[in-house]
Design a protein around this ligand. Structure first.
Ligand SMILES: *Cc1c(COP(=O)(O)O)cnc(C)c1O
Length: 390
């Protein structure tokens, strides 16, 4: 076992040496079908030849220069992302937590401009925003925060998918400057808010002059059947954060902002040594181009519907199945009790899945998965859940 590694993860005792599309292959040549994509990272599958070529060529040309100079690939990527998201400006970093740190710093600057001494960011119970001190303070899962006091002050937690909870905050006297949430809660168990929820939050933010910040680190870039999950609701946030699938495995994060929020960070107030370097930018640019060319948002919507329909038909009547939820290729099957053991059982069947929030089977297959592979995932998961249900 990896005794020289800090024990931040409980790892399965398997290691992969190569990948190909939706498949991972271990040292013995055993093939595993990947229904998790490295936690929503490899949307284009493993060892995508288009990404591999771009990364190899860029590595031979130029890897890093620093943000002290112009980086044309970064500028091109920013224009592309801003256009897709309907935003004005982008800050590049290397992870989801860093993208959210930038969003939180934008809120603090916004508050400083308003000369507020005790600004509050409203965040959601059950949320996950990262592991840095600020982002874990913003995270609405007590187990993530436990043992790290003193936490960063300035966050107020309210229930997710509850418009009236935000209206109560509105009626209070706190110095709220922003509302920050996931468009679909991922780590929280694939929790999908009701239609109209984001629109209602947008209206409340507008009438109070609050920033609406959407963490699309997991949901962004075609995963839910749209480029960004907020586009299902036809709204535009002030800030959007991205990471996971942006580099298809290369560490790239981005914080996109529009309007006032886009002008808050100035020279000296934020930065990142690696952020948006030529190699990372080339990879992310290739990701957006390949996703566009392949219509992967539509594909995710269509394939997600097929999976959801089959799961509901085959598992919907079981007493142990509480709810089957999905948006595009982000699917959660909530069971009535702890089901972490299903991950090992799936591994024995050569299938990689995840269980989050204790009792939700979470599936995040690559967006490029074939229909045959998709049915293979459904077949295996149905078998396992039926066995679990007894
Ligand atoms: C994974 C995740 C993060 C954290 O991203 P890292 O790259 O691990 O820092 C933040 N927000 C959401 C919604 C996530 O799913």
């Amino acid at each position: 076992m990896p005794e020289a590694i800090m024990t931040t993860y409980k790892r399965l005792d398997v290691a992969f040496e190569t990948g190909q599309g939706a498949w991972l292959i271990d040292g013995q040549g055993t093939r595993y079908l990947d229904a998790l994509s490295g936690i929503a990272v490899c949307g284009l599958g493993h060892a995508h030849p288009g990404i591999a070529d771009v990364v190899a060529q860029q590595a031979r040309r130029l890897v890093h220069t620093s943000n002290l100079y112009r980086i044309p690939l970064q500028e091109k990527l920013a224009r592309s992302l801003a256009g897709l998201a309907g935003m004005d400006r982008v800050f590049f970093c290397n992870s989801g937590a860093e993208a959210n740190e930038a969003a939180i710093k934008i809120c603090r600057k916004f508050a400083a401009h308003k000369q507020l001494s005790d600004p509050l960011i409203v965040v959601m119970e059950g949320s996950f925003h990262g592991r840095t001190m600020a982002t874990l303070s913003a995270t609405g899962k007590p187990e993530v925060r436990a043992g790290f006091s003193p936490l960063l002050p300035g966050f107020q937690y309210i229930p997710y998918n509850d418009v009236s909870a935000l209206e109560q905050v509105e009626a209070g006297r706190g110095q709220v400057v922003a509302v920050m949430l996931e468009a679909v809660q991922g780590e929280g168990g694939v929790v999908i808010p009701d239609p109209g929820y984001l629109q209602a939050l947008r209206r409340i933010c507008d009438r109070n002059g609050w920033l609406l910040i959407l963490d699309e680190v997991q949901t962004g870039l075609c995963r839910t059947g749209a480029w960004f999950a907020y586009q299902h609701e036809g709204i535009r946030p002030d800030v959007v954060t991205l990471a996971k699938s942006l580099g298809n495995g290369l560490p790239v994060g981005a914080c996109l902002a529009s309007g006032t929020a886009a002008g808050m960070l100035q020279p000296g107030s934020h930065g990142s040594t690696f952020g948006g370097n030529p190699l990372a930018s080339a990879a992310a640019l290739a990701v957006t181009e390949i996703m566009s060319a392949g219509n992967l948002a539509e594909r995710a919507a269509e394939f997600g519907r097929i999976m959801l329909d089959r799961f509901r038909a085959e598992l919907g009547d079981l007493d142990e199945v509480v709810e089957i939820r999905g948006k595009g290729l982000m699917i959660g099957i909530e069971l009535s009790r702890d089901c972490a053991g299903l991950v090992d059982q799936a591994l024995e069947q050569r299938l990689l899945i995840n269980v989050t929030a204790g009792k939700v089977v979470r599936l995040l297959p690559p967006l490029v998965i074939s229909e045959e592979e998709l049915h293979h995932i459904v077949d295996t998961v149905c078998l396992l859940v039926k066995k679990f249900a007894g």
